[in-house]
Structure formats: structure tokens, C-alpha cells
Design a protein around this ligand. Structure first.
Ligand SMILES: [Fe+2]
Ligand SMILES: [Fe+2]
Length: 160
């Protein structure tokens, strides 16, 4: 990698991999979640995540690159931790609090990545790509906010 454009493409591949792993991981989290509002937030975000994968494919097309993945150890680690937690916590209410926490860790990871990608796209003059990346960034921020809200309103109290 030599240029900012190279780094942009590399990071795009990393997040393209991450989103696909998240599409695979969310159904298990939905299945394990007890609280309706948690299941609903996760289900809605699964649908958004599928759209986010398509948005990344559109960004690849805008820069004339074939969509390709780069293994992202960061997201693999976060998902592995979530899976371990789901196997280890027996109490359903406590598990919900853990699922929220795992979900938020993933959202924060994505917020970091999409914030960077949108800034690089702007710097590289890729305005349309920047707009698409910011659209996803806003969805990640909203998912994070919703998880915080349901945790504070109900899930943490149930768990305590
Ligand atoms: Fe995402
Ligand atoms: Fe997300």
C-alpha cells in the first residue's frame, strides 16, 4: 500500500468482511435475546446491515474495484467474545445486558471504521462514496443509541 486510496480500498475490504460476519452473527444474538425490544432492535439492525453490505458493493463499483474481503481480526474478536458470553451466561436477563454490551462494542467498531472511511472518501474527492458511507455511519450511530436506550430504560434493571 502506497497511497491513501490504497488504504481506503484496504479498509473498505476490511469493513466489507466485517459486515458479512455481522450478518451471520446477528441471528444467533436475536435467538438468544429474551426482551422483545432487544430482539426488535437487533432484527431491524440485521435488515440495515444487509443493506450496508449492498452499499459497500456500490462503493466498490464507484471506484472500479471488485468487491473483495480482507479478514478483519478486530470484528472476529468482538464476535467471538459475544459468542463466548452467550454460552457462558445462564440467566436470561443478565444475558440480555451482555448481548447489548456485545452489540454496542460492534457498533463502536463500525462507527470508527465508517467515520474514517467517510473522511478519506471526502479527502479523495469521492463525494458519492462519502455520502453512502455516511448513510451507514448514521445507521450505526442510531443502532448504538437504541441499544443504550433500551439498556438504561429496562434491560439493566431486569438484569440487576
Ligand atoms: Fe454495519
Ligand atoms: Fe452495525
Amino acid at each position: 500500500m502506497k497511497t491513501l486510496k490504497d488504504l481506503f480500498v484496504h479498509t473498505l475490504q476490511d469493513v466489507y468482511y466485517a459486515e458479512q460476519q455481522i450478518v451471520e452473527a446477528l441471528p444467533k444474538m436475536i435467538e438468544k435475546a429474551e426482551a422483545n425490544e432487544l430482539r426488535n432492535v437487533l432484527k431491524a439492525h440485521l435488515a440495515e446491515t444487509q443493506t450496508q453490505v449492498e452499499r459497500l458493493e456500490a462503493v466498490f463499483e464507484m471506484i472500479d474495484e471488485e468487491p473483495a474481503t480482507e479478514i478483519c481480526e478486530g470484528v472476529d474478536g468482538l464476535i467471538e467474545e459475544a459468542e463466548e458470553l452467550m454460552d457462558e451466561v445462564d440467566d436470561r436477563s443478565v444475558l440480555d445486558a451482555g448481548i447489548v454490551a456485545s452489540g454496542q462494542a460492534v457498533e463502536h467498531y463500525e462507527i470508527a471504521r465508517y467515520g474514517t472511511l467517510a473522511a478519506w472518501a471526502a479527502q479523495l474527492g469521492l463525494t458519492e462514496a462519502k455520502d453512502l458511507l455516511e448513510e451507514t455511519l448514521e445507521e450505526e450511530k442510531r443502532a448504538d443509541r437504541l441499544l443504550s436506550e433500551i439498556a438504561v430504560q429496562n434491560i439493566n434493571r431486569q438484569a440487576a
